[in-house]
Design a binder for this molecule. Structure first.
Ligand code: NDP
Ligand code: BG6
Length: 480
């Protein structure tokens, strides 16, 4: 496949929290891969900033160590390290800022972006400092991470703090799922084909299942996770975005506000979730369960959630959406299953069997699409029907070069530099998602809800199966 890498314009990117887990584990490797692909110009500058007592050389050494696994695949590491600098800055203190401002002064119309890779509690102070040091001009862009707040009130506060210094068009709120190639493919599948869209409504779709299953646990993020849980960590953002892309009306153009307006309408049309339509779970295993991982023997935080919701609009009224996500499940598998209704009448009689079509969109791993279709079972013995998969793997079908398939952070950071907000969340969208999530969490708290235990390596708590069975349905299997 022919390379389509188009270099971006020269830029300055300051990463506050440049020594942290996200910067070292995701942002800098992503930048290195874009450098290696030839997308980052040699006069770009990437400045890490944090409180640690480092200088340019020791920061480069730190980053070089972290990039060692990447370098195995080749690439000009020294060249990349050459565009890196370090500034010692404490967001809460005045020192270091004048030096940073001087370094960035006189850049003309170069893109200047500030990545807030620090705790959200520092966003307001950071925005104020940028303003105070003349670094919040009209062309400045700021990048903020999820979690964007922990409820509607805190999200509003963050939005207000940022809005005091930046226009909405300057704020890039990351949900890294939107940067995944296969998530963008949801839109290509829906709106690039005539085949699916006419059937994409409650007349033909029985229900939709969205599964994001992980095998990993909470890793080293126990303290954060135990305060968040699967609802805040995954459902309010990643699963919500998937739901929006599957359910939204076609935007007139693939452009930031057109797309985000349509997503917002979906979120605002979501019904409140009834308490008996939610199952919360917590994985357990002798000595290695969730509670041990987070160091909280009485934790009531969920590491698994399954729920049923409805979208009250003309397209989807009557079609339930089932969402589930969890840690330490049997396999890593993110997949959306569009479960079509049975054909209205079988001309082959009851003995031939009835089969409904299923469109499975696999987001990760083994990205691709499978359409389950019904055919005649070969051989004599009358007309018996069987399901067979029409299976397409993106990797096999496209055989693209690595640099043509950037990972989520590569794509999103380059979009920041290009000034394209299409794959970033708008402030009102995040607030609407919290407005739907808050009453669900408040309900658990009021009832003192305790998550159901499930085995490490299983498909989740048995009650999640019951949620489906009560509706005469069942989950599709969680397969790698
Ligand atoms: P870490 O705790 O690993 O890193 C925090 C960084 O901020 C460090 O570089 C730290 O360096 C710096 N820092 C802390 N306080 C200050 C301060 N007062 N002034 C300047 N720098 C400061 O956090 P993560 O990297 O994991 O997370 C960063 C953000 O990204 C958080 O909002 C998190 O929720 C979010 N996020 C993280 C993900 C991940 O994979 N880690 C995934 C998704 C979102 P020093 O102590 O030297 O100042
Ligand atoms: C993060 C969550 O946003 O997404 C993690 O905080 C989760 O808990 C991760 O593991 C999943 O991302 P991915 O890209 O591995 O599916």
């Amino acid at each position: 496949m022919v390379s389509r890498v188009i270099p971006v314009d020269p830029f300055d990117l300051v990463i506050f929290g440049g020594t942290g887990d996200l910067a070292i584990g995701k942002i800098l490797p992503a930048l290195f891969r874009r450098w290696r692909a030839g997308q980052i110009p040699e006069d770009a500058r990437v400045i890490g900033a944090a409180r640690a007592d480092l200088d340019d050389d020791s920061y480069r050494a730190l980053v070089a160590g972290a990039l060692a696994p990447e370098v195995g695949a080749g690439g000009d590491l020294d060249g990349f390290l050459g565009i890196l600098e370090y500034r010692r800055i404490d967001v809460g203190e005045a020192a270091g800022w004048p030096d940073l401002a001087a370094r960035l002064a006189g850049s003309g119309d170069r893109v200047q972006a500030f990545y807030f890779s620090v705790a959200p509690g520092l966003y307001g102070a950071l925005a104020e400092r940028l303003q105070a040091h003349g670094l919040a001009g009209a062309g400045t862009r700021v990048v903020v991470e999820k979690p964007f707040g922990s409820d509607l009130a805190s999200a509003r506060t963050l939005n207000r703090d940022l809005a005091a210094h930046f226009d909405e068009g300057q704020i890039y709120r990351i949900d890294h799922y939107l940067g995944k190639e296969t998530v963008q493919n949801l839109m290509a599948v829906r709106f690039g084909n005539m085949l699916f869209e006419p059937l994409w409504n409650s007349q033909y779709v029985d229900h939709i299942q969205i599964t994001v299953a992980e095998t990993v646990g909470v890793g080293g993020r126990g303290a954060y996770y135990d305060g968040a849980g699967a609802m805040r960590d995954m459902v309010q953002n990643h699963l919500m975005q998937l739901l929006c892309l599957i359910a939204m009306e076609p935007p007139a153009r693939f452009a930031p506000d057109e797309l985000r307006d349509e997503k917002l309408k979906v979120i605002r049309a979501l019904d409140p979730v009834l308490p008996h339509h939610i199952v919360r779970g917590q994985y357990e295993q002798e000595g290695d369960g969730y509670r041990a991982a987070v160091g909280n023997p009485r934790s009531r935080t969920e590491s698994y959630i399954a729920l049923k919701t409805h979208i009250s609009n003309w397209r989807w009224a009557g079609t339930p959406f089932y969402l589930r996500t969890g840690k330490r499940l049997v396999a890593r598998s993110s997949v959306i299953n569009v479960m079509f209704k049975d054909a209205p009448h079988s001309i082959f009689g009851a003995e031939a069997g009835r089969h409904a079509n299923v469109l499975s969109i696999r987001l990760q791993p083994n990205e691709g699409i499978t359409l389950k279709v019904t055919i005649k079972e070969p051989g004599p013995g009358g007309m018996r029907l069987v399901d067979v998969p029409l299976d397409m793997s993106f990797a096999e079908a496209l055989a693209a070069e690595d640099h043509d398939r950037p990972d989520a952070y590569e794509r999103l950071i380059m979009d920041v530099i290009r000034g394209n907000q299409t794959l970033f969340m708008r402030g009102d969208e995040v607030e609407a998602a919290w407005a739907w999530t808050d009453p669900i969490i408040a309900g658990w708290e009021a009832r003192g809800d305790v998550p159901k235990p499930y085995d490490n390596g299983s498909t989740g708590p048995g009650d999640a199966e019951l949620l489906m069975q009560r509706d005469g349905r069942r989950w599709q299997g969680i397969k790698p």
